[in-house]
Design a binder for this molecule. Structure first.
Ligand SMILES: [Zn+2]
Length: 382
């Protein structure tokens, strides 16, 4: 009962606040929402509410999350941050998220509970690629999932790094087996989200300064430095580039800075060559932080219509909600500080000065690019 009362009071405060500033635009809108939010002690976090207010004012879209648990607290968070997300399914045969059917069902549950704030990015099992009706069956499945609201399709790093033919050849993302699927995605005006290859550090000796050091320590099966018999990064990315060239009508968002994380010039070259290609920033913001500030800033300004904000944040079935909420808020606040302000951030032993990007550029990265590259990601932007 107490909770009910508190909720009613919060709601009233929010409605009153919104009415009060109803005719104002921009940053002001988010203010009263946060005043109300701050009243909820459970929601206190170390994240600065200033950053989150400014973030919320842009109606941000996070184009890369993995949310496989439903909790009304997350719908609340998204409503307060005016946040939309793309919830991405991953065909991980090592089952880190559960089997694909379970994972997809959980993602659908999250989307349904999101009150319009989340859309689904579906996937398919590439390991079936040698089955007789693979393309036909997959296309049929995708059509149904698009009808059910899916707006994008993910391919994952297992294509290029794990998947093999029966005679032991590694299967690349441009394999003809996948071509009918790519054509269908383009024909349906959906988007391919392509996590292809890995950061370069995956093929290099362990380096505690690398942003990915812990990941490869915990996931040695994906640490290619330990598996020199697997394909090299250049080979896998060349296949990705071939896919881009062969499918000019297909919009492709390269997840994780398109695995060209160490040098924005490399991404720029790809943007110049492939008009159907954009990238997301998921789990690679650190790589933008450690490159020369002016170079990164100029890159983001010049290619402001090609970079989509994404985080790789997770909300897993095994996770406690309060920790996940804190993680999401802290990440959004930190990224905002880096992209939008000139404040100094600490990253490992380094001091990083924020990029202080102009507001029109921030609007594109945080909102407009997502609706352009992934139509339907916000329900009203079809
Ligand atoms: Zn991801």
């Amino acid at each position: 009962m107490r909770t009910q009362l508190k909720k009613a009071l919060l709601l009233w405060l929010m409605v009153a606040g919104m009415t009060f500033v109803g005719f104002q635009v921009g940053r002001l809108v988010a203010g009263p929402l946060f005043a109300a939010a701050a009243a909820d002690a459970r929601e206190q976090s170390s994240a600065s509410s200033d950053e989150l207010q400014a973030f919320a004012a842009l109606e941000p879209i996070d184009t890369h999350v993995h949310a496989f648990k439903s909790d009304p607290a997350f719908a609340d968070l998204m409503a307060r941050l005016r946040l939309h997300v793309l919830d991405i399914c991953v065909a991980d045969t090592r089952r880190s998220f559960g089997d694909l059917a379970t994972e997809t069902a959980r993602a659908e549950g999250f989307v349904q509970a999101s009150q319009g704030h989340a859309r689904l990015c579906v996937t398919f099992d590439p390991f079936a690629f040698q089955q007789k009706d693979f393309a036909q069956t997959t296309v049929k499945q995708l059509r149904q999932e698009f009808t059910d609201g899916g707006v994008a399709v993910k391919i994952w790093k297992n294509i290029g790094m794990e998947l093999k033919t029966s005679d032991g050849r590694y299967v690349m993302p441009d394999d003809p087996a996948f071509e009918p699927i790519y054509q269908e995605i383009a024909a349906q005006n959906k988007t391919l989200v392509a996590h292809v290859a890995e950061p370069s550090s995956c093929w290099q000796p362990p380096n505690p300064d690398s942003p990915d050091y812990d990941y490869y320590k915990e996931n040695p099966q994906w640490y290619m430095y330990l598996h020199p018999d697997h394909p090299r990064k250049e080979v896998i990315l060349a296949a990705r580039d071939h896919l881009l060239a062969e499918n000019p009508e297909l919009r492709v968002v390269g997840a994780h800075l398109g695995s060209m994380e160490t040098d924005v010039d490399e991404i720029a070259k790809h943007f110049d060559r492939y008009p159907n290609f954009a990238v997301d920033t998921a789990a690679r913001m650190e790589y933008l932080m450690i490159q020369p500030r002016e170079k990164v800033r100029n890159f983001l300004i010049k290619y402001q219509d090609r970079v989509l904000y994404g985080t790789d944040l997770e909300f897993l079935n095994s996770e406690a909600t309060p920790e996940a909420l804190k993680d999401w808020r802290d990440t959004y606040a930190r990224d905002w500080k880096f992209l939008a302000t000139d404040q100094v951030l600490q990253y490992k032993s380094r001091q990083i000065e924020g990029l202080d990007l102009p507001e029109p550029v921030l609007r594109r990265i945080y909102h407009d690019n997502a609706t352009h590259w992934i139509p339907g990601i916000v329900a009203t932007s079809k």
